[in-house]
Design a protein around this ligand. Structure first.
Ligand code: NCD
Ligand code: ZN
Length: 381
């Protein structure tokens, strides 16, 4: 059957490499439907919020992802093991009935973090990582770290026990241009920190620059990076040309086109140091469409179809599973999910829901601004 199938493949087919990849049907160029069956993905950087917002956005993640690394930047932040445990319970009780979804918890690093509390939480499996926000770098980061020397004992303990540090990599120095803040962070903060604690396992979260990609590539072990869906679509022109688009504003802010291309290359390369962290970060529309709008794009609902679109454009559909379902699990030393998710390319563009409705107001779903013809099979959005 496989031989027969391959004989019918059009040589000009953009999905040609995929036909050699197991478990896939055929494509449009060959006048057939494409389905792509993946190991069920994990989202290794997700903001679920709390209360009414948690209830509204959690079903979007749980519908497609087996697990997600849950960011701790609530107000007040999730700082102690006890807080992480009760946040986990709130997430589990907000899940739709019989929906299997595992929240992987994190702690928010402060200058007062207790290394013993952290260490017990990691060793019991309650938390999987600790998140470093430079104070003032992004949404709800006021309790973050100002003096990196003060967290050195905690970082050393984390290195000893193998607990990964997830880093929001932007300096907060007023003198540094917002578009340079990631690159400067690497030189001024990240590299010295890693040299001082070389055994520490580090994830550079939501990288947005070629410098971020290069820094990961230049370092052999213990360093990885998450890449978001929206940064594979957006450069700063998309956000600013022809009128400001508040729903494209996130932190780190989208950069020049050359950086978007570097991120695409890294994400679709199959290199196991790059994996998906959507950074899906819902805010009520009136908080984004405002004179001082919040940072964050809500991408959980349509991330998988959007990624299929990107990977197809890059002729790398055979690398999608590594990016969404294998590389992250490997870094976090988690078993690969047993379940699967099937993506399907249709003949006509897919219309995703424009908003998710919470009891407190609407949340706009990320619109990439291009037609998408992929969708998750058997899933009404
Ligand atoms: C995130 C949020 O809203 O919590 N915002 C964002 O723009 N990504 C915080 C963060 O991850 O920086
Ligand atoms: Zn985030």
């Amino acid at each position: 059957l496989l031989k027969k199938t391959i004989a019918r493949v059009s040589k000009s087919c953009v999905l040609y490499p995929l036909h050699w990849y197991n478990r896939s049907a055929l494509c449009n160029a060959c006048r057939m439907t494409v389905t792509l069956k993946l190991t069920r993905p994990d989202d290794l950087h997700l903001h679920l919020r709390d209360g009414a917002m948690l209830k509204a956005v959690l079903p979007s993640s749980a519908a497609h992802f087996a697990r997600a690394l849950i960011m701790p930047n609530l107000v007040p932040p999730v700082v102690t093991a006890a807080q992480a445990s009760s946040y986990r319970d709130r997430i589990l009780s907000a899940l739709p009935d019989d929906q299997p979804f595992e929240p992987l918890m994190t702690l928010y690093l402060t200058e007062d973090t207790d290394p013993n509390d952290l260490s017990a939480a990691f060793q019991s499996g309650l938390i999987r990582a600790v998140k470093l926000y430079p104070a003032g770098a992004t949404t709800n980061s006021a309790s973050g770290v100002s003096n990196f020397e003060r967290v050195r004992p905690v970082l050393e303990r984390m290195a000893d026990i193998g607990c990964p540090l997830c880093v929001h990599g932007e300096v907060t120095d007023d003198a540094v241009d917002i578009f340079d803040r990631e690159a400067v962070f690497i030189d001024r903060v990240l590299d010295p920190l890693r040299r001082a604690t070389p055994e520490l396992r580090v994830v550079m979260e939501h990288i947005t620059t070629a410098q971020g990609v290069d820094y990961v590539r230049a370092n052999a072990s213990g360093l990885a990076a998450t890449i978001t869906t929206h940064h594979l679509f957006l450069n700063r022109n998309h956000m600013l040309v022809g009128g400001i688009k508040p729903h494209y504003y996130c932190l780190p802010v989208a950069k020049r086109e050359e950086h978007r291309l570097a991120l695409r290359k890294a994400a679709t390369s199959g290199d196991d140091r790059f994996f998906l962290g959507t950074d899906s970060a819902p805010h009520l529309d009136h908080h984004k469409e405002s004179a001082c709008g919040c940072a964050g794009c809500f991408t959980a609902l349509n991330t998988m179809p959007l990624l299929a679109h990107v990977f197809q454009e890059e002729a790398a559909l055979d690398k999608l599973e590594a990016f969404t379902s294998l590389n992250g699990a490997k870094f976090y030393k988690l078993p690969v999910n047993q379940d699967t998710l099937t993506l399907e390319k249709s003949q006509t563009p897919v219309r995703f829901a424009k908003t998710v409705v919470s009891e407190e107001g609407d949340v706009t779903v990320f619109d990439p601004g291009v037609e998408i013809s992929w969708q998750v099979q058997n899933h009404v959005l």
